[in-house]
Design a protein around this ligand. Structure first.
Ligand code: ZN
Ligand code: ZN
Length: 313
C-alpha cells in the first residue's frame, strides 16, 4: 500500500510540460520559516530570521540561552527592531510571503522583507494589519481567511483553515486579532495576537507542498490532499494531540517527503549548535517512519536547499 506509485504521480498528471524544467527547492530558515523557489519565483513561509531572545510561548519555561549569546533579552512590552543585516544576508529576493498566524516568531520580520523586496504578503486580517502598521502598501496585501484557492500563474495556492499548536498542555487559546489602525513601531505584544491559523497547499511545477506553521491541523480540511512534500510541525506540543503523526500521514496518503518544521530553539542565533534540537526531533522522525515507512524524512540544516526532485527510494 506504500508503493512507489505514490511518490510523484502528480507531476505526471497535472503539469506534464513543467516538470523538471525548473527544480523546486526548499530551504529551512529556522522556526517555521522556509524558502520555496524554482530559482526564479521565491515564496517564503513564515520567514523569521531575527531570532531574538524573546518571551516564551505560554506555559513553557524559558529556552536555555545559547552559550556565548550576550544579545538583549526582550519582553512583551518591548519594541524590537528586526535584525535586518541577518535578514538581508539570507533573503535576496522574495515575491510572496505566506504567513500562518500573527505571532512574533512568524511575523516580526515580514514587514521589512515585504518593503525591501516588494513582496506580496498573504495572511489573515490580523497579519495584514501588522503589515499596514509598517506601511506595507495595500496592493502588496492579500487577506485570506481559509478556503480560498488562488491562481498566481507560476503557482497556485489553496488556503487551508487550521489550528494553533496546543501549547501549555492544551490550555493555549486566543481569539485575539491585531486591530486595524496600529502605528509602527509595535511592541512584541502587539504582534502576538494569533488572529487565527492557516496552512497552505502550494502547487508549483507539478509538485504539491503542504505547509503547516505549527503543531496542529483540522483533519477534515486536509483529508484527500495528496502533497508530495509536507512541512509538519514537530515540536513537543504535538504530543498533546491524539495520533498526530499517524492521522496526518494517512490523511495525506503517505507523502513522499516529510520535513519537520518549528522544532528548533528559535531564541538562539544561527551560530548556535543545531544538535540538541536535532536530537530532540528524532522521536518525530520515528513516528513518521512507523506510520509511513516509505516516506523520506529530512531533518533540515539551516539554509541547505532540499530538492523536490530527489530520486525516489
Ligand atoms: Zn504561534
Ligand atoms: Zn511559532
Amino acid at each position: 500500500m506504500f508503493a512507489g506509485i505514490f511518490i510523484y504521480p502528480l507531476a505526471a498528471q497535472n503539469s506534464p510540460t513543467a516538470v523538471s524544467s525548473n527544480r523546486v527547492t526548499l530551504s529551512y530558515m529556522g522556526t517555521a520559516g522556509w524558502e520555496i523557489t524554482d530559482g526564479n519565483t521565491v515564496i517564503l513561509l513564515d520567514p523569521y530570521l531575527s531570532r531574538i531572545y524573546g518571551p516564551q510561548p505560554p506555559g513553557r519555561p524559558p529556552f536555555a540561552r545559547a552559550s556565548g549569546d550576550s544579545r538583549p533579552q526582550y519582553g512583551w512590552t518591548d519594541v524590537v527592531v528586526p535584525d535586518t543585516a541577518v535578514i538581508d544576508s539570507h533573503v535576496k529576493k522574495a515575491d510572496f510571503v505566506l504567513v500562518t498566524h500573527t505571532h512574533y516568531d512568524h511575523v516580526l520580520d515580514v514587514p521589512h522583507i515585504a518593503l525591501k523586496n516588494h513582496a506580496t504578503v498573504i495572511g489573515t486580517e490580523s497579519t495584514e494589519n501588522v503589515m499596514r502598521a509598517y506601511t506595507v502598501p495595500e496592493e502588496q496585501l492579500i487577506t485570506v481567511r481559509g478556503g480560498e484557492d488562488y491562481d498566481f500563474g507560476m503557482f497556485s495556492l489553496k488556503v487551508i483553515p487550521s489550528l494553533h499548536s496546543p501549547l501549555d498542555h492544551k490550555h493555549y487559546f486566543s481569539s485575539a486579532t491585531a486591530p486595524a489602525g496600529m502605528k509602527a513601531p509595535l511592541t512584541l505584544e502587539q504582534m502576538h495576537p494569533e488572529g487565527g491559523t492557516l496552512a497552505y497547499l502550494i502547487r508549483f511545477h507539478g509538485h504539491q507542498i503542504l505547509a503547516f506553521g505549527g503543531m496542529n491541523y483540522i483533519e477534515r480540511e486536509i483529508e484527500g490532499l495528496t502533497p508530495d512534500a509536507v512541512l509538519v510541525g514537530a515540536a513537543s506540543s504535538r504530543k498533546e494531540i491524539y495520533d498526530y503523526t499517524g492521522r496526518l500521514m494517512r490523511d495525506l496518503h503517505f507523502p513522499a517527503l516529510v520535513l519537520p518544521t518549528h522544532w528548533d530553539n528559535f531564541t538562539a542565533p544561527y551560530g548556535a549548535s543545531q544538535e540538541p534540537a536535532i536530537n530532540a526531533v528524532q522521536p518525530f522522525v520515528q513516528e513518521v517512519t512507523a506510520a509511513s515507512p516509505n516516506s523520506r524524512v529530512i531533518v533540515p540544516r539551516y539554509f541547505e536547499p532540499i530538492s523536490l526532485d530527489l530520486p525516489s527510494r
